[in-house]
Ligand binder design. Structure first.
Ligand code: V55
Ligand code: FE
Length: 551
């Protein structure tokens, strides 16, 4: 009589859920595919009472087995995870963005969208306006969440229910339900944003609340057109400037200072539409292209004002921060990676698993945190970085109150510098607080079986010193096949989390997230289902503390 584990091996999953045998879809990264609500998570330790807000994050999570076996992790459907922390307690919720892809594939009960950002590889029955998976970043703007994917406009979500706005939820009290796009749940700044694409990394100027944003491939696939937009905190358009890039590539992140915008163009080049029609991936690493930067005045920019700079062939992931120098130059701080971190987009004709471009040049490290200097009056286009922090890390975060301004503190997800082996599955397993002026690093490593993600920073108080407060991040415990949310004190990074919010399930590797303080959230709607709880029941327990007797 065969035991269950033997039987299971002999029975294949149904085709629509038979995921490829690849590290993107197996074991600790197997798709989760669920929506969830956990009221009052189990918390170990103590969450400081002052922490009051919600941490939102995006997680690509393939709901359906991909049409193509070589599909990539970053093509997963956008699942929004949210943990609301109040009075030392934590409630968790997760919901998928109701993208057109989600709705059409749910109707089909299978995958019908094709490869990552290759609309020509979709099932011919797919009739859609928007290809977005809404899986990269989630920000709070104009009293709503915007779920971002750089190939499309943002999807707007309710910050309490995580419901996607628009036609799929016609009962929502939706302020701007006016245009066709808004009926689909998309946000286009009340008709002011005409480009089809919107970066996953807009910046917010903390002094004004201005939203600084851009789109690339802004006149369609493989177009060199780039558009810069500036909006005020209430959604009014202040600037719009269209210009052309020297080549088309994954302009994933950007940077801004008080006076300048920095556009970043790494050598992940876009393939031609003809190649995409024949099934090519959207991007291919170009060994002959330099990492390229463009600076444009933040106010009153003209297309001819864009000034381009270039370095060698190298990879740029994410911006730490940028600021104006007293010398009139623009400074940009970011990790610099000496190989193609997106190995799954190899040079044309090469195998993703063996391509040399995915390994750092012999004798060199993977990445460093560096500073770039752009002189608006420079007469030659070459730039060389200066090393600030000698650690291998990414997903840089600064205290948002210092974004676009000079700063000192940097938080990074990094590889444990003391570990003999690489972190599990190529993921980071440590987090660091760095002083960019002295190069000093204080870190905590979670151990060999845990993947740690990007952190979010929470100031200890509104007037706390820069970088003083708490960090939240998600830990994927591969030893337990469970995930938890960690809270660390920035004063005591190296002793590890002060609180661990336990989830009774496993999440996948996530991308980016945002901390939103409660006072910025518009309505005090229930986050978890509290229906059926009357005022009388509530009053019964008001102001009381339950003394749990443990014997
Ligand atoms: C990134 C992630 C994306 C993407 C492009 O982290 C770049 C970088 C989750 O999707 O589409
Ligand atoms: Fe990113």
């Amino acid at each position: 009589m065969p035991y269950i584990n033997e039987v299971e091996k002999s029975l294949l999953a149904q085709p629509e859920a038979r995921f490829p045998a690849s590290p993107f879809y197996e074991g600790p990264e197997a798709p989760c595919r669920f929506e969830a609500e956990v009221y009052n998570c189990v918390v170990r330790g103590t969450i400081p009472e002052k922490i009051d807000g919600t941490y939102y994050r995006c997680m690509p999570d393939a709901l359906w087995a991909p049409l193509y076996q070589d599909d990539v992790f970053i093509n997963g459907d956008g699942a929004i995870g949210a943990v609301r922390i109040k009075n030392g307690h934590a409630d968790f919720k997760q919901k998928f963005v109701r993208t057109e892809k989600f709705l059409i594939e749910r109707a089909a009960r299978q995958s019908v969208f094709g490869k990552y950002r290759n609309r020509y590889s979709d099932d011919p029955r797919v009739k859609h306006q928007v290809h977005s998976t809404a899986n990269t970043h989630i920000i709070h703007y104009e009293k709503q969440l915007l779920a971002l994917k750089e190939d499309s406009k943002p999807y707007a979500l309710d910050p309490d229910t995580l419901d996607t706005k628009g036609i799929i939820n016609p009962n929502l009290d939706y302020m701007y339900q006016s245009s066709d796009l808004e009926l689909l749940g998309l946000y286009d700044f009340h008709g002011q944003y005409s480009a089809p694409t919107f970066t996953a990394h807009p910046k917010v100027d903390p002094s004004s609340g201005d939203l600084i944003t851009m789109g690339y491939e802004a006149k369609g696939d493989n177009t060199t057109d780039v558009v810069y937009y500036l909006f005020d905190k209430d959604g009014r358009k202040l600037e719009e400037c269209w210009f052309k890039a020297p080549y088309v590539g994954m302009m994933h992140d950007m940077a801004a200072t008080d006076k300048w915008i920095v556009f970043i163009l790494p050598p992940l080049q876009t393939t031609t539409v003809e190649a995409m029609e024949k099934g090519a991936k959207h991007f291919a690493w170009a060994e002959d292209k330099p990492l390229t930067f463009g600076i444009l005045p933040r106010r009153n920019p003209k297309p001819e004002d864009i000034k381009w700079f270039r370095y060698k062939n190298a990879f740029y992931g994410h911006t730490g921060n940028a600021f104006d120098g007293a010398d009139g130059c623009v400074y940009l701080d970011a990790p610099l990676t000496y190989c193609n971190k997106f190995w799954f987009f190899p040079p044309l004709g090469q195998d993703p698993l063996t391509t040399p471009s995915s390994k750092p040049p012999p004798g060199q490290v993977t990445s460093h945190y560096v500073r770039w200097k752009f002189d608006p009056n420079a007469t030659q286009p070459f730039v060389e970085p200066q090393e600030l922090i000698n650690v291998d890390g990414e997903m840089p975060k600064v205290d948002d109150r210092y974004a676009t301004k000079p700063y000192t503190n940097l938080f990074l997800a990094m590889a444990d510098p003391d570990a003999s082996q690489a972190p599990v599955g190529g993921m980071y397993n440590a987090i660091a607080r760095c002083d960019i002026n002295t190069g000093k690093v204080v870190h905590w490593a979670a151990g060999p079986d845990t993947a740690l993600h990007e952190v979010a920073f929470i100031p200890r108080a509104a007037d706390a010193p820069e970088g003083d407060g708490y960090l939240v991040t998600i830990a994927n415990r591969r030893d337990k096949m469970l995930s938890s949310i960690l809270v660390l004190d920035t004063d005591k990074i190296s002793s590890g989390p002060i609180a661990i919010i336990e989830l009774p399930f496993r999440l996948r590797n996530g991308i980016h997230g945002s901390w939103v303080p409660s006072e910025e959230l518009l309505e005090d709607k229930d986050f978890c289902d509290m229906s059926g709880i009357t005022e009388a029941i509530r009053r019964e327990f008001e102001g009381t503390t339950v003394n749990v007797v443990l014997s």
